[in-house]
Design a protein around this ligand. Structure first.
Ligand code: GLN
Length: 272
């Protein structure tokens, strides 16, 4: 009979990934694996683990194999129809929350464009319950995942289907607009590497130079933000100067960028 110890010794995957897949198949915490490392394992569970390990060896993202990813301390359900939440995107949430903390914003309105799994919108709604959060996405499949996540995590978010600002026509203006849009250039070789190969193309690239969606969002924000409202967008490692000039030429003030934990300017924003 196979044991946890045997599976770990025989796996070609990094130890942590083997443990994560085993935990997923056996539905146990890490501590169980350690305490039961010589227990015989159910052969069906071992077979399920082997199938997942094979898919991982062929490159499928861990988050899709286990069906979830942690973001801002919450477990988000994810699948091939949505971008996998990245740790650096927490900076976008934290920046929005800092603005929402400012005195005078009693029932602030927040808009998240291209919400995907809903990670950004839901994290904001959970951390700032007095905010009214609206989130849009062009993908029906993504919105189904996002709505599921909101329900599971107990967040109140209004999800609307459509391209960028299209579905919010007629809504009152917003105090905060955030977005983690597709910003990778279509020619970027990273699209053919790692997790990105398996993620929805439309969540990663605008099909052009990578600035297309950032431009649409910036120009559209001027008529959707209240006076004093802020726009913050995530972007690629080398796009901060371009996004700052875009915001400045569109009429934003207090334009600036913030760096992620790796020291890369990762988000840029400004106020109207
Ligand atoms: N941050 C992602 C990556 O570079 C891209 C996400 C996006 O385009 N919004 O892997």
């Amino acid at each position: 009979m196979e044991t946890v110890r045997g599976v770990l010794a025989g796996s070609q995957l990094p130890r942590l990934e083997t443990q994560m897949l085993l935990q997923h198949v056996l539905r146990v915490p890490r501590s169980w694996l350690i305490a039961h490392d010589t227990d015989p394992l159910d052969p069906q569970a071992v077979a399920r683990f082997q199938r997942l390990a094979g898919r991982r060896l062929r490159g499928e993202p861990m988050a899709y194999l286990v069906g979830q990813r942690e973001f801002m301390g919450h477990e988000f359900k994810v699948g091939p129809g949505v971008l996998i939440p990245r740790p650096e995107t927490e900076l976008l949430v934290e920046t929005a929350l800092r603005h929402l903390d400012k005195p005078g914003l009693d029932a602030p309105r927040v808009l998240d464009l291209g919400t995907g799994s809903g990670a950004v919108a839901i994290s904001i709604a959970l951390a700032c319950p007095r905010a009214r959060v609206v989130a849009t996405d062009v993908s029906v499949q993504a919105l189904a995942v996002a709505a599921d996540n909101a329900r599971n995590l107990g967040a109140e978010v209004e999800f609307l289907c459509g391209n960028w600002y299209e579905p919010i026509a007629g809504q009152p203006r917003f105090d905060v607009i955030v977005s983690n849009p597709p910003y990778i250039a279509a020619s970027d070789p990273h699209l053919e590497q790692g997790d990105l190969r398996f993620e929805p193309r439309g969540a990663l690239t605008d099909g052009g130079d990578g600035l297309g969606a950032l431009e649409i969002i910036t120009r559209g924000a001027t008529s959707r933000l209240r006076p004093g409202g802020v726009l913050w967008m995530e972007h690629g490692w080398d796009q901060a100067p371009a996004v700052r000039s875009l915001l400045q030429s569109t009429g934003f003030r207090q334009v600036g960028s913030s760096s992620d934990l790796a020291g890369i300017e990762r988000i840029t924003g400004g106020s109207l």
